[in-house]
Design a protein around this ligand. Structure first.
Ligand SMILES: Cc1cc2nc3c(=O)[nH]c(=O)nc-3n(C[C@H](O)[C@H](O)[C@H](O)COP(=O)(O)OP(=O)(O)OC[C@H]3O[C@@H](n4cnc5c(N)ncnc54)[C@H](O)[C@@H]3O)c2cc1C
Length: 549
């Protein structure tokens, strides 16, 4: 028997999903005096930004179930504007930030200081060390030249212009200040990370970690149009990489405290099932238990437009051409993450780093032997194959920098392994027809840990307990299509004025009062809060404009 419909109080704004972008957006709207309700499907807010005691057999170990390393958020004014320090947010900086050990005893160790990193690379190749300094200088300037775009709605030309400081303008001049520099800049953006890496460097010591970090954008390093991923390493030097004390969830907790202290309401275990539309205007939502909530000024979606338009908005409310474009033109490749979290009794002993300190374990550890190794990790996943015969991986041991994450003397291990969402030839089997089963995910995790054990031979014996989440399970937890951790792919054809599609790239939709935010909007996924802040700007402008346009 269906449950009766209950209609509750009305708010100015309802936000679907309490990911960090939904929370950031809510905070700006509350500060401007609007009443806001956030509806979150999970039992806890935060989306892909939570820290949880997720292994029952390992009490006291706190795991970052998704995001861990923060870089983009330091390119925004979000932390200062929202005064998140007052709500308990404190960042711990990673220096060194990137360690990539090899089985032959060599290793790449990048410090925050480019000069120190130059010295570390120079022991293998002076030429590559020199080129590294040039490379980081170019990509840091490029980042500075484009950041003003990230911190404004893509069609708000005046806001973008207003974001340019003298330094930003000088950096624009340095990367694109002549006809040839501009053309080179364009070429750099449309070529592949692999081509650029090969242009600069000779040794795999430098090439492999660069390729691995660039491909974090979610595609093989040979793919054209994803060179923005090369900023990842540059950002770790300027302004640096850090993690909230207490884990990524501490960012969410600070936002929750702020939002609730401003009178915002967050309801968990509220899965929005339908957006209510009246005369082409969004007026409310209906959740899983048939409860309805009403909003007079806006419904803001922290989930991407594919989920919004294809699952929550009634079919007849969206023009069929736009619905078709949302369904067919937006690209989500088949690559996502198999996540492994372990409670450890002791730190891994990496054979390649024979020194009496744990500096190399502070930041990210990359298992990436060569560019070809990274290429295989991503291209096989895209083709539906599991690249676990020779796994490449990204790992962190967050408890080295932040001992509050584990019982005294113990540690937490975070492993990200790229894997297909849909396994080729296993369609219709396993969880949600993806082919993923308990046995399969555990055997893949065994292969990943066996590989890691070759680099750090005490690892396997130090595992107290582990949690393995298959791509299908990750997709269910986040609710995202194909478990896409950026909601939609981050290729150049889906960025800035084109994210998610040109006609809905400014956080608004053709349905009045229905707005978009989150990783599926400009400037995209990762921990930044930028989509939340930009969407709030658009919402607030619309309230002030006479005709609401
Ligand atoms: C394994 C993994 C590792 C990552 N590592 C990093 C990293 O180290 N650094 C980094 O910067 N980024 C990382 N990312 C990416 C980053 O975490 C995300 O891009 C970012 O958190 C997205 O934030 P968001 O608020 O836009 O969306 P989300 O966090 O996805 O929030 C959307 C929210 O909506 C909720 N929801 C979904 N459907 C409904 C519904 N129907 N009704 C109500 N609520 C709903 C979800 O539960 C979720 O809380 C990682 C992602 C993953 C998955």
């Amino acid at each position: 028997m269906s449950q009766p419909i209950t209609v509750t109080n009305s708010y100015d704004v309802i936000i679907i999903g309490a990911g960090h972008n939904g929370l950031v957006c809510a905070a700006y709207l509350l500060k401007a005096g609007y009443s806001v309700l956030l509806l979150e499907k999970r039992p806890v807010p935060g989306g892909a930004a939570t820290t949880e005691e997720a292994i029952p057999e390992a009490p006291g170990f706190k795991f970052n179930l998704c995001a861990i390393d923060h870089e983009f958020i330091f390119h925004t004014p979000v932390i200062e504007e929202l005064e998140l320090g007052k709500y308990g947010l404190e960042y711990l900086h990673c220096d060194p930030h990137t360690f990539c050990p090899h089985l032959d005893g060599k290793y790449f160790l990048a410090h925050k200081s480019v000069e120190k990193t130059h010295a570390a690379i120079a022991q293998y190749s002076i030429k590559d060390a020199d080129r590294y300094v040039e490379f980081i200088d170019y990509w840091s300037k490029l980042m500075s030249a484009v950041t003003p775009f990230f911190n404004a709605p893509p069609q708000s030309v005046l806001d973008i212009a207003g974001n340019y400081s003298k330094q930003n303008l000088m950096d624009v001049f340095k990367v694109a200040g002549s006809k040839n520099k501009l053309l080179d800049f364009i070429r750099n953006m449309i070529t592949s990370p692999e081509d650029l890496i090969n242009e600069y460097f000779d040794t795999e010591i430098v090439k492999a970690p660069l390729a691995r970090l660039a491909a974090e954008i979610g595609a093989p390093p040979s793919q054209k149009g994803i060179t923005a991923g090369l900023m990842m390493l540059a950002m770790r030097h300027y302004p640096g990489m850090a993690r909230p004390q207490g884990g990524t969830g501490a960012l969410t907790q600070a936002l929750v405290k702020l939002v609730t202290s401003l009178g915002g309401k967050i309801l968990t275990e509220q899965m929005v099932k339908e957006v209510l539309i009246d005369n082409n205007k969004a007026v409310g939502v209906r959740v899983n238990n048939n409860q309805e909530y009403r909003a007079t000024k806006g419904i803001i979606s922290n989930i991407d437009v594919q989920r919004l338009f294809l699952q929550l908005v009634p079919e007849k409310a969206v023009d069929y051409k736009l619905r078709n474009r949302v369904e067919r033109r937006i690209v989500n490749n088949n690559e996502t993450i198999l996540k492994i979290d372990c409670a450890l009794s002791e730190l891994p002993n990496f054979k390649a780093y024979d020194q009496d300190n744990v500096d190399h374990l502070i930041g990210t550890i990359l298992i990436a032997d060569s560019v070809a190794h990274v290429e295989q990790a991503h291209s096989l996943a895209n083709m539906g194959q599991i690249p676990d015969s020779n796994p490449s991986m990204y790992l962190d041991i967050p408890s080295v920098l932040d001992p509050t994450l584990a019982p005294e003397g113990k540690h937490t291990l975070w492993i990200e392994f790229f894997a297909p969402y849909q396994i080729a030839s296993k369609e219709g089997t396993g969880l949600n027809g993806t082919g993923w089963t308990e046995d399969l995910k555990n055997s893949v995790a065994d292969n990943v840990l066996n590989k890691l054990n070759e680099y750090a031979p005490n690892l396997k014996d130090s595992i107290i307990a582990r949690r393995v989440e298959s791509p299908a399970e990750l997709g269910e937890r986040l609710g995202s299509y194909k478990g896409n951790y950026y909601h939609l792919d981050m290729t150049l054809d889906q960025m800035i004025f084109l994210r998610p599609l040109p006609e809905i790239a400014n956080y608004t939709t053709p349905i009045k009062n229905l707005y978009l935010t989150g990783a599926g909007t400009h400037p995209g996924g990762s921990i930044s809060g930028m989509p939340g802040r930009n969407c709030a700007q658009i919402f607030l402008k619309k309230q002030k404009s006479f005709f609401g346009i």
